[in-house]
Design a binder for this molecule. Sequence first.
Ligand SMILES: *[C@@H]1O[C@H](CO)[C@@H](O)[C@H](O)[C@H]1NC(C)=O
Ligand SMILES: *[C@@H]1O[C@H](CO)[C@@H](O)[C@H](O)[C@H]1NC(C)=O
Ligand SMILES: *[C@@H]1O[C@H](CO)[C@@H](O)[C@H](O)[C@H]1NC(C)=O
Length: 250
Amino acid sequence: MKLMVSIPLLFLLPSYASQTSVIRIDSTPIPSTEGVIQTETQETVSLLCILSGTPDDKELVWLRNGAMIKLDDGNKENGSSVCIHPVIHEDEGATFTCQLKSNSSHSASVTLNVTYHADLNGTEEVTLEEEESLNLQCDMRANPLVTSVTWKLNGTIVDLSTGGFIISNDGFNTKLHVKRVDRSLHEGEYQCTVTSPVYGDRNKIFHVTVTDKTIKFPLVPMIAGLVVVGLTALLAIVSRWRMIARCCKK
Ligand SMILES: *[C@@H]1O[C@H](CO)[C@@H](O)[C@H](O)[C@H]1NC(C)=O
Ligand SMILES: *[C@@H]1O[C@H](CO)[C@@H](O)[C@H](O)[C@H]1NC(C)=O
Ligand SMILES: *[C@@H]1O[C@H](CO)[C@@H](O)[C@H](O)[C@H]1NC(C)=O
């Protein structure tokens, strides 16, 4: 009788993941046989820890990458659920473990595989003066990793052999750098494009305007100069006043 009930139940359960002994994790979405849950940023993952058998202590704890998750009372005994909403970048690769509080060798775990594309869109206006340095950057973090990164200027792939362009990628950002801009070479519309094998292309546009170089006065000599001019004028007035005063006396 018991078997007849539990077999259909097994089919009804949304999923099941890596487990030892008396603890099992059911989840939505369903994990792979290796206990990896496939999800995306902004999605929701719900995990339910189920205690079967009758150990003396029924209290359960949840850990995220080894750190305890605070649970409400009433969500600890026999079964315990946690909900990850919304899923964020930082959840990528995170392992959620449910274990018996009194004995951590009774546990079950699942790991999230959070897929997402680089956070890129929109247009940015960039204005700088002749001879200043140009620095543009685009986010290239994605899971799975991006397969290509390109920079275009006025619709043509940036030519690294001319124009002093330096492009570097550190895994987080792709950066375009020009040490000293020259309007004729560097003004225009830049576009970075990041390609994901899953999500396709994402890009961001920069409208770069190069203005004339303004002459920047060094402040201290300028103040000193003004003081000298002011003092000279004052002396001129004083000496003139003396002359006027003197001639009035006559
Ligand atoms: C924890 O559980 C394991 C497996 O059932 C058992 O061998 C071990 O003795 C238990 N440890 C404690 C402290 O109860
Ligand atoms: C995570 O998901 C991506 C996209 O489906 C896949 O290419 C990758 O192999 C997965 N990684 C793991 C650890 O399962
Ligand atoms: C890019 O196009 C703009 C507008 O047509 C033009 O003013 C600029 O000089 C071009 N830039 C380069 C480097 O050719």
